[in-house]
Design a binder for this molecule. Structure first.
Ligand SMILES: [Ca+2]
Length: 342
């Protein structure tokens, strides 16, 4: 073999080795980039989990702080200007994040479970005594709901339209197959719908159930939702914390129509100079001054048994919102319902 061909072969071998080396370097570089990406993703996930776990821990500690704080509240009367009515922002150490704790009166809305008593079958539809006081108040509330397009136009235009919805609500929760009257609706109505379903036949567990009830349109549901709560049947709304529209549910027992807007405003303006009513009988004085028309349906309270606590926790880019329903105890409150969202 000549020297020239041996040298050519050596060069070829070196070239092949170089290509192999370059391929290996490229492969290692590619794998490194992939592993680095996976590592960063893993770290980000671990960090998110850690922040999420921290945020949840802070939600629970917010509950504990609110329970201790509410234990100092005067249980004899409740109104917004008390300390619980002020939201509390808390900065976490080392700029880690913040917590906001806000407490609302759960009894500042109308209790859907307060209107489920049987109707008096001896009385005809639209006879006021067919209904219990809270049921008459609900009939008035429906007629007080404003249309979204024109606030001067009511969504439910007459007592009979409102009474029909009330009767369907009673049927939704009462024992099966005993329709209340013309407006009532039991399973035969719901099972004949294009998408059939059955009535609950038990007290409401959620406000959202109401949209399944005959006569409750999406517009009525939207207007009612912020004015309702679902508590035990005996829970009344607190006159010190309700919005003005709920004043319109009050009227003399023989009248199924709501107070008009100006009557409601005048009644609300009669609040004592202290800014709140100490007892329901104090409210009677204001009512008599405005109406002079005799006994009214006033299923009202001046103290509150249930509060909603909202805790918002922000840590890094993790945000958690928790809602807890707190029931007044003596003196410590207890959590009876929890909802969480991001
Ligand atoms: Ca209080």
């Amino acid at each position: 073999m000549c020297v020239c061909s041996k040298s050519l072969k050596n060069n070829r071998e070196r070239g092949a080795v170089l290509i192999m080396v370059l391929l290996i370097v490229a492969l290692v570089a590619g794998l490194s980039i992939k592993f680095a990406g996976d590592y960063q993703l893993g770290m980000a996930r671990a960090e998110a989990r850690w922040h999420g776990a921290q945020a949840r821990a802070y939600l629970f500690s917010g509950e504990g702080a609110a329970i201790k704080f509410l234990a100092t509240d005067d249980a004899n009367v409740d109104y917004r200007e008390e300390l619980w009515g002020q939201p509390v922002p808390i900065e976490l150490p080392d700029s880690m994040g913040n917590i906001l704790i806000a407490i609302e009166d759960a009894n500042s809305s109308f209790n859907l479970n307060s209107i489920l008593d049987p109707l008096d079958p001896e009385k005809g539809m639209l006879e006021p005594l067919r209904y219990k006081p809270a049921q008459r108040m609900f009939i008035r509330l429906l007629q007080a709901l404003p249309s979204e397009q024109d606030p001067n136009v009511p969504l439910v235009k007459s007592p009979d339209e409102a009474a029909a919805i009330l009767e369907a609500v009673v049927d939704w929760a009462d024992p099966p197959d005993s329709p209340s009257g013309a407006g009532g609706a039991e399973n035969d109505y719901y099972l004949s719908q294009p998408d059939p379903y059955q009535a609950a036949n038990t007290p409401f567990r959620s406000i959202e159930e109401l949209q399944m009830v005959r006569g409750v349109t999406p517009a009525i549901m939207k207007a009612l939702r912020p004015l309702l709560c679902v508590l035990e049947p005996g829970e009344r709304m607190n006159i010190n914390t309700i919005p003005e529209i709920l004043y319109r549910t009050i009227n003399v027992s023989t009248d199924l129509t709501p107070l008009n807007q100006s009557q409601a405003s005048a009644l609300k303006a009669e609040v004592p100079s202290s800014g709140y009513y100490s007892s329901p009988s104090d409210f009677d004085v204001s009512w008599n001054k405005i109406s002079g028309a005799g006994a009214a349906d006033k299923e009202l309270a001046t103290k509150t048994r249930y509060f909603w606590l909202t805790t918002v926790v922000q840590i890094g880019d993790q945000r958690r919102v928790g809602r807890s329903l707190l029931q007044r105890g003596n003196p410590l409150f207890k959590v009876v319902r929890r909802e969480e969202s991001n």
